[in-house]
Design a protein. Structure first.
Length: 187
């Protein structure tokens, strides 16, 4: 049983599948928080405000594909574990493409009865990585939330003069530079 608290972001458009996945997770994770979304804009919002430890995603969604979700996740944080739980990937080439695109793994929905058995080792690896970098992880999480809040604030500022536009762009450039430097430190 995993006792470390996990923050899980699930992208799933079928309520029944989302409930089954959550039930399976409960069988081996004692303490977790899960957010469930079914589209890219909601995923992006939760990615920024919730800052998950692991992402689980269906492949076929009503408004996008799982690869769109994966691409957004990797652009936001290339180190976040991303696992497909899908009924779509039944072809070896497509499965290989998901891994080559950066997914940590994939599990077929036809194995939903054994989902806990298949997810547990992947989650244990996530927890191991979290524990070894726990203090750093929490600082990074808080910094990401703060940076996202600053970006949201900058987006809402009404800019009246060219000088204000230039100053806001300089702030954005400095934040991006800091993010790049932090990204280098994480590696």
């Amino acid at each position: 049983m995993i006792t470390t608290k996990l923050r899980i972001l699930l992208i799933e458009d079928y309520k029944t599948d989302a409930e089954l996945i959550e039930i399976q997770i409960k069988s081996f994770v004692e303490n977790f928080e899960i957010k469930i979304v079914d589209n890219l804009p909601d995923f992006t919002r939760e990615l920024q405000s919730f800052v998950p430890d692991v992402i689980l995603s269906d492949y076929n969604l009503p408004t996008c594909t799982g690869l769109d979700i994966l691409e957004e996740a990797k652009a936001h944080d290339p180190n976040i574990p991303f696992i497909f739980i899908t009924g779509t990937i039944d072809d070896d080439e497509m499965a290989a493409n998901t891994i080559l695109s950066g997914a940590s793994g994939f599990i077929l929905k036809k194995h939903m009865n054994n989902l806990a058995e298949k997810l547990e080792p992947l989650f244990k690896q996530v927890v191991f990585n979290m524990i070894t970098q726990d203090e750093l992880r929490e600082k990074i999480r808080k910094n990401k939330i703060a940076v996202n809040q600053i970006y949201n604030y900058l987006d809402k500022i009404d800019v009246d003069t060219e000088e204000q536009k230039i100053n806001i762009n300089k702030i954005r450039e400095n934040i991006d530079l800091i993010k790049l430097q932090e990204g280098e430190k994480e590696k």
